[in-house]
Design a protein around this ligand. Sequence first.
Ligand code: OGA
Ligand code: NI
Length: 339
Amino acid sequence: MTDQLVPIIDLSLASAPADIDRAAREVGFFQVINHGVEPVLVESLLDALTAFFALPAEVKESYPPPSPDVNNGYSAVGAESLAYSLGVEAPPDLFEAFNFGPDDPDFSIPQIAAERDRIFAPNIWPAEVPELRTAGVAYFEAVTAFAHRLTSLCAVGLGLEADFFEEFTRHSTDTLRCNWYSRAAGSPDPLPGQQRMGAHTDYGIITVLYADRVPGLELLDKTGTWVGVVPEPGAYLVNVGDLLAQWSNDQWVSTLHRVVPPPSKDDSKALRRSIAFFHDGDWDAMIECLPTCCSEATPPRYAPVRALDHLLNKLLGGRAMEAAESTGHIGDRIIAVRA
Ligand code: OGA
Ligand code: NI
């Protein structure tokens, strides 16, 4: 079946680093079992999110991000179009989301204090659903530890020391995006080309995704065909982001993916939920070809890039619905905020 595209990796096996290396080269996505993240943590968060997304629109809309470069708070249906992060114009996406980052950043660390109004801006918690903060923080901590375990296995898979990525992820830009895909009764069909989430690559090092076992997520395979993916029960989906692909000199791939609308003849609410943890590295990390990924025969394909420059360019492309620049620098570009 379709699931075969995305290999299942058992983290309890000694072969995990080599298995990750193979999957990251061939597919850019893998499923992880025996990951050690307690199921109750994601279940509690999903319960709290159910209460939040059921609130009236005007209540949810009272928790917007303070500016387009702050990845916190509520993002309404139609507020983003991720295809723009690739420079492609498309209708607005049909997802709503609730985003947050680390809840208690240590401002005695200069790099954290320097970003206190942006990357480490205060989380925006809804007063109506206090359990969202409790469940969100507990899940965030568990998935952060999981992401660090994964990058250590990635390092070994890439022929590096297990702690290679630690010095680039000490004050990592990490965001949890809780995606909610639903359809109100009697809502119109999607516009031509409109997706639940437009085609994009993820921007950072790795993404750790919980997804309901409901169809919708598709990956573009090496033959250029969109292939549907539903995770195995209890498995996380993990994918390589742009920064890690660039670091590996494109030996690992940051695979294009999207979420397509449900069939229009299906008249259910067609609920699909996903929770993406973006592990994006230190904002001041310089991404330069890994020593094990370049040689005289395969020289570095990219100039070094600062992680923050790449991330902001991508984030603002999807938010402002202006095509992102391919170069990673936003310069003095004025960002139009969509009402
Ligand atoms: C994302 C993403 C996929 C999904 O949030 O970047 O690709 O299944 N989500 O919702
Ligand atoms: Ni994604």
